[in-house]
Design a protein around this ligand. Structure first.
Ligand code: GTP
Ligand code: MG
Length: 319
């Protein structure tokens, strides 16, 4: 069965792409096989991350971007990560309506992913879904995620170009947005620029960049957009490709991708060790006993950890 899925992905069969992502998401037994066999066919897609507060207009911007990318003849995959939704395996209603026109386009694949699965599973599954779309020949992959938790910031680390969407609303949006998210932006979008305060928001971002005295060679672009009438969308598109050119010409793209591979290997090793250890200690009497001994101060967690480790068989995680 897995061979059929793998072949389907490589042949750009949409149903099989969807199937592969579901299997990965559910941590199916075939997950590793699928991912390792498609891996040689990955590395060609350009990944764009788009993040920002709930309702900032991310999906609307993705929809506009889909149009410009399609006009360029590029095939596109979209993964909308919805950390608030336990549902998965299909588009969220709002996004479905917003991107409806593109959903019928065979060169566009839209998928939303919820929080089903374990902690940290969200970023893992999203990262792996990117690999599936990459192997299926998508030229560009867009990850939309609400900029709230650490897990979402982690996902964005897998993007080549990261777009942070802000809105003029409130006036102090720039101050309240999480520092971690500000730092990962390659492009700032001030969406809903039809609302008052857009200029102020844009200049606040600019000031913040000046104050930051950033050592980064790339100064993030600031683009004002109105998705309602498409204003600024061409500029956003241009900014993305300028950033891509910068990454390619400066050698940063290679560097960043290499760093990402190293992190992937470490993540995989950690994951295997953790689950092997967990399998062996959960429900073990020794674990229970030591916990009680720590409670009564007969021993301490440091000694206990060392003692447990001596009994752990790590051979199991090497296969
Ligand atoms: N005035 C105005 N409203 C906009 C603009 N762009 C989007 N909106 C509206 O903002 C609301 C949220 O848009 P979405 O594109 O769903 O925003 P989002 O960031 O994807 O939202 P979540 O995925 O729920 O976090 C919708 O009602 C849009 O119609 C804009 O440029 N101007
Ligand atoms: Mg959205």
């Amino acid at each position: 069965m897995y061979d059929k899925v793998i072949e389907g992905v490589l042949n750009k069969d949409r149903r099989m792409v969807a199937r592969a992502i579901s299997l990965i998401e559910n941590n199916d037994n075939g997950r590793t096989k699928i991912l390792s066999e498609i891996y040689p066919h990955t590395g060609n897609a350009y990944v764009i991350g788009i993040t920002g507060a709930p309702g900032a207009g991310k999906s609307s911007l993705v929809d506009c971007l889909l149009s410009t990318l399609r006009q360029q003849g590029l095939s596109v995959g979209v993964i909308a990560v919805d950390p608030t939704s336990p549902f998965t395996g299909g588009a969220i209603l709002g996004d479905r309506i917003r991107m409806q026109e593109h959903a019928l386009d065979k060169e566009v694949f839209i998928r939303s992913m919820g929080t089903r699965g374990s902690l940290g599973g969200l970023s893992r599954a999203t990262k792996e879904a990117v690999q599936v779309l990459d192997a299926a020949g998508k030229d560009v992959i867009i990850i939309e995620t609400v900029g709230v938790g650490q897990s979402e910031v982690d996902i964005i680390k897998y993007a080549d170009t990261t777009i942070v969407v802000l809105t003029p609303a409130g006036g102090d949006s720039v101050q309240t947005i999480k520092a971690g998210i500000m730092e990962i932006a390659d492009i700032f979008i001030v969406n809903k620029s039809d609302l008052p305060g857009a200029d102020r928001t844009a200049s606040e971002i600019s000031m913040m960049l000046d104050l930051g005295g950033s050592l980064r060679e790339w100064r993030p672009s600031i683009v004002r957009t109105i998705t309602l009438d498409g204003s600024g969308i061409t500029d956003m598109h241009k900014a993305i490709f300028e950033h891509r050119d910068f990454l390619e010409n400066s050698g940063h793209l290679q560097k960043v991708r290499k760093e990402r591979i190293r992190r992937d290997i470490i993540d995989l090793i950690e994951y295997r060790i953790k689950s092997t250890v967990w399998e062996q200690i959960s429900g073990s009497e020794e674990f229970d006993l030591l916990t009680n001994q720590i409670m009564s101060r007969e021993t301490d967690p440091y000694t206990a950890a060392a003692q447990i480790l001596t009994g752990i068989n790590l051979d199991k995680c090497k296969v």
